[in-house]
Design a protein around this ligand. Structure first.
Ligand code: ADP
Length: 183
């Protein structure tokens, strides 16, 4: 099973992806976490990613694709995976289709987690990661609206998009996601 968790920064993709991966027994890839780890280890990819992540911009598509391709080839991804924070652009969505095709797979469901902007900003300010400063948050939301949100139409037209309301307790939102995955 291949699931994409979709939604703006701060809707809870990372939290939900972790729980779902555990419950469904499949791997979890967060491109954001992969970049944060690469930045911390100062790997070649980390050095490139750093300036984009710090400013709340998107890491270039070819760099992102390399990270995802490597992860998908890992043995822990054989039973399926949850993608969290990828794809974020049309080019990434197309690269993902090609990668999955080569593995004889396809996306089963894109789960959009829907949260209003005011709640998102409040949550991110509370989280306080180094890219969770007010100006950077606003930029990340703008980038999401310009580059990523249009993918909702793309996946909607493929008939694999489902949406859940993302305000509520972690358990409530998780149950909503499990419900739409079963439907
Ligand atoms: P959030 O969704 O809360 O912004 P993430 O951990 O998903 O947090 O992403 C953090 C940052 O990592 C993004 O702002 C961006 O700079 C970079 N990033 C993560 N995933 C991608 C991606 N698919 N394409 C480009 N940049 C990405």
């Amino acid at each position: 099973m291949v699931i994409v968790l979709f939604g703006a920064p701060g809707v809870g993709k990372g939290t939900q992806a972790e729980i779902l991966a555990e419950k469904l027994g499949i791997a979890h890839l967060s491109t954001g976490a992969a970049f944060r780890s690469a930045i911390q280890r100062a790997t070649p990819i980390g050095l490139v990613a750093k300036e984009y992540v710090e400013r709340g911009g998107l890491v270039p598509d070819d760099v992102v694709a390399k990270v995802v391709e490597e992860a998908l080839a890992g043995s822990d991804f054989e039973r399926g995976c949850i993608l969290d924070g990828f794809p974020r652009t049309r080019a990434q969505a197309e690269a993902l289709e090609t990668m999955l095709q080569q593995l004889g797979r396809s996306i089963d469901r894109v789960v959009n987690i829907d949260v209003d902007d005011a709640t998102i900003v409040a949550r991110l300010l509370q989280r306080g990661r180094s890219d969770d400063r007010e100006d950077v948050i606003q930029h990340r939301l703008d980038v999401y609206n310009a580059e990523t949100a249009p993918l909702l139409d793309f996946y909607g037209s493929h008939g694999i998009l489902v949406s859940v309301h993302g305000v509520g307790s972690v358990d409530e939102v998780n149950q909503r996601i499990l419900d739409v995955l079963r439907s």
